[in-house]
Design a protein around this ligand. Structure first.
Ligand SMILES: N[C@@H](CCC(=O)N[C@@H](CS)C(=O)NCC(=O)O)C(=O)O
Length: 213
């Protein structure tokens, strides 16, 4: 059986929701960031990068959200969590997921983990200060994507991109990020994702709640 390593309030929520949406048989193990569980010798054997999510499969461990999400979509094709038969549509989905992974997520890390990027207090403050403006630029692109009236990130069909975007829209509500209501399409999308039974089940399992926009 697959096993997902996750931590509360993290990007691992996307993979957790995708597994639940897929109807996969899986178990989970919480990594406790409060006690630096992600850097424990036991966890570093699972993911030497010391990050969540990590998905243990019968062929080995997968890390990195776009890889995990693509793997879930391809493994559980009946759940229709991606356009598997259409290589171009699949690549477009991956392009969006990689944008979240390589651009949006690091911009949040500048805000929440400035110690990764700078040494002095002054430099860390600078790194933090710049993040909300960068994120506003990224979310404006996401808003543009929804301006054609689409329901989900990739069009009319829900895909693994949706829980992934959901994670970051929720993070807009954290301290210092400015007014999330500047991004109405993203907030409406977050609410649509919240309404999905699989999402409700995962939030309950993670002892988390939907955010009221
Ligand atoms: N590129 C990775 C990023 C994973 C990542 O940074 N996860 C964060 C949680 S959102 C983490 O595990 N942080 C632990 C730490 O920085 O010590 C992915 O998309 O899976």
């Amino acid at each position: 059986m697959m096993k997902l390593y996750w931590a509360r309030g993290t990007c691992a929520l996307a993979a957790h929701i995708a597994l639940e949406e897929a109807g996969a048989a899986y178990e989970t193990e919480r990594v406790d960031f409060a006690t630096a569980g992600q850097r424990s010798p036991e966890y570093l054997k699972i993911n030497p990068k010391g990050r969540v999510p990590a998905l243990v499969t019968d062929r080995g461990v997968l890390s990195e959200n776009p890889a995990i999400l693509g793997y879930i979509a391809e493994t559980f094709q009946d759940a229709k969590l991606a356009s598997i038969a259409d290589s171009f549509a699949f690549a477009q989905m991956q392009a969006f997921n990689l944008f979240l992974c390589a651009t949006v997520h690091p911009a949040f890390a500048h805000r929440f983990r400035p110690e990764r990027y700078a040494e002095s207090d002054e430099a860390k403050a600078d790194v933090k200060a710049k993040a909300p403006a960068a994120l506003a630029d990224h979310f404006r692109l996401i808003e543009d994507r929804f301006s054609d009236g689409r329901t989900w990130v990739n069009g009319d069909a829900y895909s693994v991109s949706d829980p992934y975007l959901y994670v970051f829209t929720r993070w807009l509500f954290r301290d210092g990020m400015g007014d999330p209501h500047r991004f109405p399409h993203s907030l409406a999308h977050m609410t649509r994702v919240d309404c999905r039974p699989a999402v409700q089940r995962v939030l309950a399992a993670e002892d988390d709640v939907a955010i009221a926009p």
